[in-house]
Design a protein around this ligand. Structure first.
Ligand code: GDP
Ligand code: MN
Length: 384
């Protein structure tokens, strides 16, 4: 679960990282009022779940009310790489002496959190990593021992942070690790971590992803997922209790069980297709769930063909077939479907489907055959 910049900064503040105070607003009028409260000069910042807002014109300094009005009205409604800005964050502007970079993420191959630090912040860190890798300090944290102050200082020193603020940088790194650990984050990034002319170290930006599966441990973070900025289909799926992730392709995918869906994505990709989504109908999918799932898949206008890959364990294939027949009765899809039913009651399921004689539904016996069929159909190859 990705957080907006200001939500991430609120988590930072809870763990003692310095941030500027500010307000999240959704109208020009409220932006002006917020600016007066936090005090000029302010910075007006687009709140979208995508980086590079500054370059896209979504981060602007405002010296007075007139400039706040101008920037807020330009930024609200702005399209930043497909993300429409509905919220802006108004914070008191900081003076910047240096821009550093700090992040912690889970390094799965090392099975440890990886702390990264660089004095080359404010820019694309990928570029630093590529062109001057020696300027990006990488330090694995022992998850049992945690991050010690001595280690944090060492990282700051190794990265050649200014001598006089080594302690301040170490404090920030320790706080960042606390955020990462205690909030169950998978990523906590600050770019830039700034040093002010007064030699204060503070987070000017945040990028935080929380582990959705650990959210139950953080009731206070639950409301963060209600973000209006979520993909509307993903939000709807969540409300319906369905595991759905939107992807860029045109082949709608439904399977039961995350593992099966994952391998279905792989097989479709191998057959040269591009999946439009990940949709796990779950272990005990019944007719109602299937109807909802079909609805959800077809709500994405990019979908030109759909692959149903069901392995009946607890799920009964005849129930899935009934769900599909009911869904077709109501939704009347215009795109072709390929259905592969295997497992519990598969023969009964296939018989029901054959009897219903649904228009544009093709059955396949194996996963590979199903993938090849759906890829051909999605490309317009003979959907009858
Ligand atoms: P991003 O472009 O999405 O990464 O947004 P950031 O929050 O990192 O802002 C982009 C850039 O805007 C920063 O690297 C700063 O150079 C500049 N910026 C942001 N906030 C302030 C501020 O309070 N004062 C000043 N002087 N510059 C700022
Ligand atoms: Mn940034």
């Amino acid at each position: 679960m990705d957080l907006l910049e200001y939500q991430g900064k609120q988590l930072f503040a809870r763990h003692g990282l310095r941030v500027s105070s500010g307000r999240a607003v959704t109208s020009v009028q409220d932006a002006v009022a917020a600016a007066a409260e936090v005090g000029y000069p302010v910075v007006v910042k687009a709140q979208v779940l995508i980086g590079g807002r500054g370059k896209a014109g979504g981060v602007k300094l405002a010296a007075d009310e007139q400039e706040t009005r101008l920037h807020a009205s330009n930024i609200l409604g702005m399209d930043i790489k497909g993300h429409i800005v509905r919220t802006v964050w108004i914070e008191h502007a900081s003076d910047i002496a240096s821009e550093y970079y700090a992040s912690i993420l889970l390094d799965r191959s090392a099975k440890k959190p990886l702390l990264m630090f660089s004095v080359e912040g404010g820019v694309d860190i990928e570029e630093v990593a590529e062109k001057t890798p020696e300027k990006l300090i990488r330090h694995h944290i022992d998850p049992l021992a945690g991050l010690s102050r001595e280690e944090a200082l060492q990282v700051a020193r190794q990265g050649q942070a200014d001598e006089d603020i080594l302690e301040g940088v170490a404090d920030a790194l320790l706080a960042l690790y606390e955020v990462w650990l205690q909030e169950d984050a998978t990523l906590a990034e600050i770019n830039p971590l700034i040093v002010t002319p007064e030699r204060e170290v503070k987070a000017l930006d945040s990028k935080v992803s929380l582990d959705g599966n650990a959210l139950y441990r953080h009731p206070e973070n639950q409301s963060l997922s209600d973000s209006e900025n979520e993909d509307p289909l993903e939000r709807r799926a969540k409300e319906e209790g369905v595991q759905y992730v939107k992807l860029d392709g045109n082949i709608g995918i439904l399977g039961n069980g995350a593992g099966l869906v994952m391998s279905t994505l792989d097989v479709v990709a191998q057959a040269g297709g591009a999946p439009a989504n990940f949709l796990d109908a779950g272990g005990g999918s019944n007719a109602e769930t299937i109807k909802q799932a079909v609805d959800l898949i077809l709500a994405n206008p990019a979908v030109t063909a759909v692959l149903f890959n069901i392995f009946g364990g607890i799920t009964r294939c005849d129930e899935v077939a009934e769900g599909l027949i009911a869904a077709f009765g109501e939704i009347k899809p215009t795109v072709p479907f390929v259905v592969r039913l295997d497992g519990t009651n598969d023969a009964a399921g296939r018989r029901l489907l054959a009897e219903a004689n649904l228009p544009n539904v093709h059955s396949a016996a194996t996963m590979n055959e199903a993938a090849e069929k759906v890829v051909a159909l999605a490309a317009g190859g003979g959907g009858s």
